[in-house]
Design a protein around this ligand. Structure first.
Ligand code: UDP
Ligand code: MG
Length: 321
């Protein structure tokens, strides 16, 4: 019987100190899983020697390691997408290069995916050890809010680290959105996901590429991509404000007609005007986000651009076809 293949996709952005360690760690568990491992390193426009490190690995193991290198940094979501497109295995896994995703979990994942009902096994962190309090608190808030408003459930603590069947990967690839919010896309395509839990690992070396600002923008992307609730919220807020306005207008009329007192309401009037303008700007901002999203999708630009890739890649592909 032909051995089935597992494609491991590893997005790398300035990971010169971690790529080899990551590969070694995965290699240690290769024996435990009866699949042939195919490594796909995606160099996401690193400015350090990451690509050279990946090339060295490719030269050492040309048959099992291939790579793609982007023309610039396109972001992890783009790197994941490129890796998925390049993958050919019956099973596919996404893995961070910084060893925050313990490769040993793959063994449990493999066991769980044997169940024919299960199409995907994802890693779920049980704690947020090593994370700053503010970051952790705002992440929790994000999950609360997005789960209230999103069209699909987004489970807290679930990483991109997962093992998926080819069927699910093909479904993910059929979504060609430019603004990719993987956590939403994984849930949107459906299929049955099981979880393996683990305690948070600190990054092996270097720093997380996610600043707090990145995370806020990621959170907003998630909400805009998977929910129209902010627009509905703006409509309701607008309606309530008009309601309150009518009430205040009525009170002011009565005050003028009955008490002939029209000047003393100046403060409240200016406050109301300020409030309304503030709200208008807020609403415009929300609408603007959706328009920006339409704008970037309608340009229909590619999600990533490859500058170079491993030479063997072509040969292997031709062989398969
Ligand atoms: N990454 C990437 N492109 C980016 C940012 C990150 O390919 O623009 C990769 C990075 O090299 C790592 C993974 O995505 O393998 C996770 O990144 P990071 O550790 O910075 O994120 P965190 O673990 O803090 O969520
Ligand atoms: Mg990390």
């Amino acid at each position: 019987m032909m051995v089935q293949q597992l494609s491991l996709i590893i997005p790398c952005y300035n990971e010169e100190n971690t790529v080899s360690a990551c590969f070694n760690a995965i290699q240690k568990i290769e024996q435990e899983i009866p699949l042939e491992f195919e490594y796909i390193f995606v160099n996401d426009g690193s400015t350090d020697s990451t690509l050279a490190k990946i090339k060295a690995l490719h030269h050492a193991y040309p048959a099992s390691i291939s790579y793609l290198s982007f023309s610039r940094n396109f972001g992890k979501e783009a790197a994941i997408f490129a890796g998925l497109e390049a993958s050919s295995g019956e099973y596919v896994t996404l893995l961070d290069a910084d060893l925050q995703d313990p490769p040993e979990l793959l063994i449990d994942m493999w066991e769980k995916i044997q169940d024919v009902e299960i199409d995907c096994v994802a890693a779920q962190r049980t704690d947020r050890k090593g994370e700053q309090l503010l970051v952790s608190a705002s992440s929790k808030l994000f999950y609360k809010v997005i789960n209230k408003i999103s069209e699909v459930p987004i489970v807290d603590g679930v990483r991109d680290f997962r093992l998926m069947t080819r069927q699910m990967v093909d479904a993910i690839l059929s979504i060609s959105e430019v603004n990719r919010f993987s956590k939403g896309i994984f849930a949107w395509v459906g299929f049955n996901t099981a979880y393996v839990t683990y305690a948070n690992q600190e990054r092996m070396s270097g720093q997380s590429k996610w600043s707090f600002k990145n995370k806020v923008s990621y959170a907003i992307d998630g909400m805009v991509n998977f929910s129209a609730a902010p627009l509905v919220f703006a409509t309701y807020m607008g309606m309530s404000i008009v309601g309150v306005d009518i009430l205040i207008m009525f009170i002011l009329f009565v005050r003028q007609l009955v008490f002939h007192n029209s000047v003393s309401g100046w403060t409240s009037m200016s406050l109301i005007i300020l409030l309304c303008f503030g709200f208008l700007m807020f609403t415009l901002g929300i609408i603007g986000r959706y328009i920006a999203d339409i704008f970037s999708e309608s340009k229909n630009r590619p999600i990533y651009i490859i500058k170079e890739k491993s030479p063997d890649d072509e040969k292997k592909k031709n062989k398969v076809k």
